[in-house]
Design a protein around this ligand. Structure first.
Ligand SMILES: Cc1cc2nc3c(=O)[nH]c(=O)nc-3n(C[C@H](O)[C@H](O)[C@H](O)COP(=O)(O)O)c2cc1C
Length: 157
């Protein structure tokens, strides 16, 4: 199964999960690059506000077309109990090119359910599998067993 892991990561947590999934599934990777500087406290505040208002941003052109893959795995940090703005933008631009997809989120502690259902609303169908991780478990590094379960589910999907 040809698989693409697409993710956005502001501070590296979602990237860490994306890396591990891609390595285990031997998948290609696509990092969503935002043209807006979201660093620091100011970036945190504007990102939270943009996410709450469900705004879009300008992302760099993708390297891969999701239409070329059997499965697309989408990863986002939770922002203001929503999808991150770069992932919302990517999904909105690419929804017609995504056939089968899985979804994962990283978060401080809550908002993954809403982000997951928002992704399904944009793409217009449910994911074959969903999972979320807290920042703490990713930083501590004790999340590999849950990734193994997720990857097993995907290989059966
Ligand atoms: C603008 C902003 C809003 C956030 N809102 C939430 C939230 O609503 N719920 C939550 O649990 N974590 C929230 N977080 C924390 C991130 O989801 C979490 O730290 C995530 O793992 C960061 O991923 P990253 O390092 O890949 O950017 C927010 C972080 C940012 C920057």
């Amino acid at each position: 199964m040809k698989t693409l892991v697409v993710f956005y990561s502001r501070t590296g947590t979602t990237e860490k999960v994306a890396d591990m999934i891609a390595e285990k599934l031997k998948a290609d990777m696509e990092e969503i690059i935002d043209t807006v500087d979201r660093s620091g406290a100011r970036g945190y505040l504007t990102s939270g506000r943009d996410a709450m208002k469900r705004r879009m941003t300008n992302i760099e052109p993708a390297k891969n077309s999701p239409a070329d893959y059997d499965l697309v795995i989408i990863g986002t940090p939770v922002w203001s109990w929503n999808l991150s703005v770069p992932v919302r933008t990517y999904l909105t631009q690419n929804k017609d090119r995504i056939s089968k997809y899985a979804f994962f989120a990283t978060m401080g502690g809550s908002g993954d359910k809403r982000a997951t259902s928002e992704a399904a609303d944009i793409i217009g169908k449910e994911a074959v599998a969903n999972i979320s991780f807290t920042t703490k478990e990713v930083v501590k590094g004790n999340f590999e067993a849950r990734i193994d379960d997720f990857c097993t589910k995907l290989s059966l999907a």
